[in-house]
Design a protein around this ligand. Structure first.
Ligand SMILES: [Zn+2]
Length: 201
């Protein structure tokens, strides 16, 4: 069991770094936010597809919703003839704890297991984006979503670290990815400022 948790932790961080982050670098340069997602097959942890936020095109295109849309698309870009597994055969990975819209989208789509790298509190502290928590509190009167329901179960990758065989190494890897996301966020902010200056001209 512990070996499985370790394998899953390291694989998920690999997917964030190698599959999601490159898409997000491209995305932030086009003015989209830093949040990304991926779908993996539960049996061998192979990647089905990765995606990133497209909020500058439409405010609903959070990383998760975009990725779900691509997952169900008949021939998604870059994966023309790969047959899709069923959502229940997959693990869903979010770089950041999913917001209320994305959680509902995941429940409606039938993904039973959802992993996230950075929790709401980190999102609020690192990126000054408190909307997730404010929407939950103000609209749903809910301090935080349930980790387990009949629709899906949510797992924090950061919270797995103390139970891993090599927690020091895992924490260091986590912190390296955190630094990458802070850099992505700075690039996003700079791109946004530049485009609002251009718009004012
Ligand atoms: Zn969302």
């Amino acid at each position: 069991m512990e070996r499985n948790t370790s394998a899953l932790f390291w694989r998920m961080l690999d997917v964030v770094e190698k599959d999601i982050v490159p898409l997000t670098w491209e995305g932030v340069r086009q003015g989209h936010k830093v949040f990304g997602a991926a779908v993996l097959r539960a049996d061998d942890l192979s990647l089905v597809l990765a995606g990133t936020n497209h909020e500058a095109e439409c405010p609903l295109w959070h990383g998760e919703v975009w990725t779900i849309k691509e997952f169900f698309a008949p021939s998604p870009a870059g994966h023309p003839s790969v047959p899709r597994p069923a959502p229940e055969e997959c693990l869903f990975l979010s770089t950041h704890e999913p917001c209320s819209m994305c959680l509902s989208a995941l429940a409606w789509s039938g993904f039973p297991r959802v992993y996230f790298l950075f929790g709401y509190e980190r999102t609020r502290a690192d990126f000054q984006i408190p909307h997730d928590l404010r929407i939950l509190e103000e609209i749903f009167d809910c301090p935080s979503p349930r980790r387990k329901s009949s629709f899906l179960e949510l797992f924090s990758l950061e919270e797995m670290i103390p139970s891993l065989a090599n927690p020091g190494e895992a924490q260091a890897r986590f912190e390296r990815l955190r630094a990458v996301y802070l850099e992505l966020s700075e690039t996003y902010q700079a791109t946004k400022e530049k485009s609002s200056v251009i718009a004012r001209k």
